[in-house]
Ligand binder design. Structure first.
Ligand code: C2E
Ligand code: CA
Ligand code: CA
Ligand code: CA
Length: 278
């Protein structure tokens, strides 16, 4: 055991050491991956339930194409990226990539929508408004076809500040979606003060819908959406039964493995080609 200045004996702890070492390596690896441009944007179709499930837009979802680990999902690197202060940069890249991609689909599908996730650190970044404006200018994507998604917890941390930033974003013409809607019910009373256009109903509510109809939280959340005049999108739809019930409840739009998984851009291009040939 070593002695530090205070005379307290400190033993070498192999577990702590291994953890710190692992963390250091993970940080290094992520910074290397960012430097090397190993990130990709995949896209998950959003369908219109009332138009027979045609794809009307997509959500951009970031992935890390790791040289050894293969395709790494955001749950395994976003927190670390956030702690390293890299999310605004990574998110800015995702935004530009997604808007560019959206424009290529709009050639044949005018009004095709692009949804992009915003993290808390992006929302509080003073450059956000300029960045979004510049990306729209550079890419030429019509602002109304860009939907920026943020979770309730992000939007409601600092309600006054969020309302200000969101209003500025809306002045650019983009639309705002509340993600994972319904998971932060305590803040429901604040909903009317935020300039939101779309609510994405969390998949936990979709998956908890009873098989045989009957009351469900999903239904209640849809009712709230209507009350506040917000367009709903049901997330995490995994089977035909859920899709049918959501359609009957007037969900309008949906997203989930039942329709399509997130895929590289080429997959969406093929899907849209097939769709317009039908
Ligand atoms: P999210 O925004 O709620 O995105 C939906 C997640 O649900 C995606 O996971 C998607 O692949 C998954 N999903 C879609 N359909 C189904 C389904 O039918 N069943 C189930 N079980 N899951 C489904 P993914 O791509 O792993 O992303 C996880 C989270 O990471 C996202 O949740 C979002 O919060 C965050 N994220 C992803 N990309 C970005 C990004 O570019 N920027 C930021 N800030 N966050 C991102
Ligand atoms: Ca989302
Ligand atoms: Ca969500
Ligand atoms: Ca989520």
């Amino acid at each position: 055991a070593k002695r530090d200045g205070g005379g307290v004996a400190r033993r070498f702890d192999p577990v702590l050491f291994a953890k710190a070492e692992q963390r250091r390596l993970a940080e290094q690896d992520l910074m290397r991956g960012l430097e090397a441009g190993e990130f990709e944007v995949h896209y998950q179709p959003i369908v219109d339930l009332d138009q027979g499930g045609i794809t009307v837009g997509v959500e951009a979802l970031v992935r890390w194409r790791h040289p050894e680990k293969g395709l790494v999902p955001p749950a395994l690197f976003l927190d670390l990226a956030e702690q390293l202060g890299q999310v605004p940069r990574l998110g800015g890249w995702v935004l530009e990539e997604a808007c560019r991609q959206a424009l290529t689909w709009q050639d044949r599908h005018p009004g095709f929508e692009m949804n992009v996730n915003l993290s808390a650190s992006q929302l509080t970044n003073p450059n956000l408004i300029d960045e979004v404006r510049e990306v729209l200018e550079r890419t030429g994507l019509p602002p109304r076809d860009l939907v920026l998604e943020l979770t309730e917890s992000v939007a409601l941390t600092d309600l006054v500040e969020s309302a200000r930033v969101l209003s500025q974003l809306k002045e650019l013409g983009v639309r705002i979606a509340l993600d994972d809607f319904g998971t932060g019910f305590s803040s429901l009373s604040h909903l009317s003060t935020l300039p939101v256009d779309v609510v994405k109903i969390d998949r936990s509510f979709v998956q908890a819908m009873p098989e045989t109809g009957g009351a469900s939280v999903a239904e209640a959340v849809l009712h709230i959406a209507r009350t506040f005049n917000l367009s709903p999108v049901a997330e995490g739809v995994e089977d035909a039964g859920q899709a049918e019930r959501l359609k009957d409840l007037g969900a309008g739009r949906a997203q989930g493995y039942h329709f399509a998984r997130p895929m590289p851009a080429i997959g969406v291009t093929e899907l849209l080609d097939k769709q317009s040939a039908e």
